[in-house]
Design a protein around this ligand. Structure first.
Ligand code: AMP
Length: 208
């Protein structure tokens, strides 16, 4: 099964991906996480990726498509979190999948208002080790899995969020119609607890 999650930034794609992976034994491919791994190095390429991410800008399609190709070559059971991010990536992805006799089974659009997400941004913390996402009103918490101190993502400020949301509206939103026309799009209400949203997703993909 190949499943794509589309959602505005900070809507809970990572959290839902984790829940789906645990229940459905499916491989989690997050382009954001793959890129954050790259930014841990100190060479020129890594620094240029880091700079763009910190501004909330998209990384070039060539880089992203190469990352995806390396991931799907060994797996046909994947959840794509944060990819595709624009029409060019979506079209190139279709061709890539066709070449290896794979297809997209579900595209789930997590529908939620921007105002709710803006409120969430200030309380969002992540584990620098396993990338799990948490919500706290104050700092100094540890990851319940890795016991590592949680951090704030550099792009989780209101200012950068505005940019990320603008990029989402301009570049990512058009892929919703693209997948609607392919007959694989499902819309779920993403305004709720992580369990409620997961229940909405399970209604779409079924209990396996
Ligand atoms: P995310 O973790 O999905 O919120 O992604 C964090 C940042 O990584 C984004 O704001 C972009 O700068 C970059 N990024 C992640 N996925 C993609 C993608 N598919 N195409 C281009 N840039 C991406």
């Amino acid at each position: 099964m190949n499943l794509i999650l589309i959602a505005p930034p900070a809507a809970g794609k990572g959290t839902q991906s984790e829940l789906i992976c645990n229940s459905y034994n499916i491989n989690h491919i997050s382009t954001g996480d793959l890129l954050r791994e790259i930014t841990k190095k100190n060479d020129e390429f890594s620094l240029s990726v880091k700079e763009k991410m910190e501004k909330g800008l998209l990384i070039s399609d060539d880089i992203i498509l190469k990352l995806i190709k390396d991931e799907i070559i060994n797996s046909n059971n994947n959840i794509f979190d944060g990819f595709p991010r624009n029409l060019e990536q979506a079209k190139a992805f279709d061709l890539m999948l066709k070449e290896i006799n794979q297809k997209i089974d579900y595209v789930i659009y997590m529908d939620i208002d921007k105002e709710i997400l803006e409120k969430r941004i200030s309380s969002r913390y992540v584990c620098p080790n396993c990338n799990s996402v948490y919500s706290f009103n104050e700092p100094d918490h540890e990851c319940s899995k890795c016991s590592v101190k949680l951090i704030k993502r550099k792009d989780d400020t209101l200012e950068v969020y505005e940019n990320r949301y603008k990029v989402y509206e301009e570049s990512t939103k058009p892929i919703i119609n693209y997948y609607k026309n392919q007959g694989v799009l499902y819309c779920v209400d993403a305004d709720g607890s992580k369990e409620e949203v997961f229940a909405n997703i399970k209604k779409v993909i079924g209990e396996i």
